[in-house]
Write a protein that binds this ligand. Structure first.
Ligand code: UT7
Length: 350
């Protein structure tokens, strides 16, 4: 038994105020609200404003998580930012976040593992805390994919949205935190979710831009097959490691890519939908932000309580997958204080 555990003590999320509905997209490309809803369960998504970046959104959710935990930025030992859409190829966005938070001199690392990134980052934080080298870590998942979508590619452009979620994890001797996990990868499926140009394999030349190779390409059918296969497997393996069964799960927080994938995974696992966090209808697929966004909303809505057991499962580019069984500390402060703006307060697309 480890003597140190990593408790989630704070959480926050940020969704840009601009709402883009399916009908808004249908005015820009050959698609329809009916197609998008029936194939993916998405009703609307948020798009970042011109003055927003992955760094600014990370700071918004990160600050909320720090305030909730009662932690000053300079008290952090490490900042982990999971994203596949950083402000720049280099420097890592984690250093921008560190500076903007005022976390002077704190180590900061960007973790790029597609939509799976936040779960990888949370497990990484737990390992640092359990090893005794860190006491307090900020873990952020943020994505600003709307700037990488091409309206010429309708099968991908309708699926994604922008957002950010964050948690603070802190050392404790009370058994809690990540009690079982799986990190997986199969690079043989690399081409199924890819931004072909802009890296060193194919620099962003004029030709690459003309050929629309700097935007996200996805083989939806292949990813769908992979997702429905891997989610159940990743959940079972993490439960085994934790010595638990499906009945021990109070809330399943899956990657929000497609409502059909989530329902399939829940059914296969034998989990009723009342125990599943779903917000893909309101945010679309926010990639590495999707699990922490859903998690933070579940905290705010009082869907989880101190002592509860959560199962986080994600999959994405790489191809990669990850799962984590997370026990909430019994001494967490009261949950259920809603900070999500009600839908009618959101700003519609101009
Ligand atoms: O986080 C990253 C992980 N990504 C995912 O999890 C995505 C997984 N895949 C999916 O969610 C689904 O495969 C999609 C939602 C992307 C697509 O659903 P599908 O049921 O697999 O549709 P499809 O790709 O097989 O396309 C069916 C038809 C095609 O027309 P034909 O060839 O049957 O005439 C497409 O051209 O739907 C057409 N189509 C569209 N029609 C209207 C594709 N995109 C659209 C669109 N609007 N936006």
């Amino acid at each position: 038994m480890p003597s140190r555990y990593a408790s989630i003590t704070g959480w926050g999320h940020y969704a840009p105020p601009t709402v883009v509905t399916n009908d808004d997209l249908a005015q820009k490309m050959d698609t329809s609200d009916e197609w998008i809803r029936s194939r993916s369960g998405i009703r609307e998504r948020r798009f970042a404003g011109e003055d927003e970046t992955t760094a600014t959104m990370s700071v918004a959710s990160g600050r909320e998580a720090l305030e909730r935990a009662g932690v000053e930025p300079r008290e952090l030992d490490l900042i982990l930012v999971a994203t596949s859409s950083p402000d720049y190829l280099t420097p890592p966005v984690s250093s921008q976040v560190q500076a903007m938070l005022g976390a002077e001199g704190v180590g900061a690392m960007q973790i790029t593992v597609g939509c799976t990134g936040f779960v990888y980052a949370l497990v990484t934080a737990q390992q640092f805390i359990q090893a005794g080298t860190c006491d307090t870590i900020l873990v952020v998942g943020t994505e600003l994919i709307s700037r990488w979508l091409s309206y010429d590619n309708r099968s991908t452009a309708v699926l994604f949205g922008d957002g950010s979620g964050a948690v603070v994890v802190q050392a404790t001797d009370e058994p809690c935190g990540v009690v079982g996990h799986v990190l997986g990868s199969d690079g043989a499926g690399a081409e199924h979710i890819i931004v072909p140009a802009g890296g060193v394999a194919q620099p962003a030349t004029h030709e690459a831009i003309d050929d629309d190779l700097i935007n996200v390409k996805m083989n939806g059918r292949e990813v769908f097959k992979f997702a429905t296969r891997i989610m159940g497997q990743a959940l079972d393996e993490a439960l085994d490691e934790a010595g638990m069964g499906v009945d021990d799960i109070d809330l399943f927080v899956p990657h929000q890519a497609n409502r059909r994938i989530i329902e399939y995974a829940a059914k296969e696992a034998g989990l009723p939908m009342e125990k599943v966090a779903v917000n893909v209808d309101r945010y679309g697929n926010t990639s590495a932000a999707s699990v922490p966004l859903a998690l933070a909303e579940a905290f705010d809505d009082g869907r989880v309580q101190p002592g509860d057991t959560l199962a986080l499962v994600a999959f994405g580019a790489g191809l990669t997958w990850a799962s984590a069984i997370v026990e909430l500390a019994a001494d967490l402060p009261a949950l259920g204080e809603r900070t999500t703006p009600p839908q009618d307060e959101a700003t519609p697309l101009p």
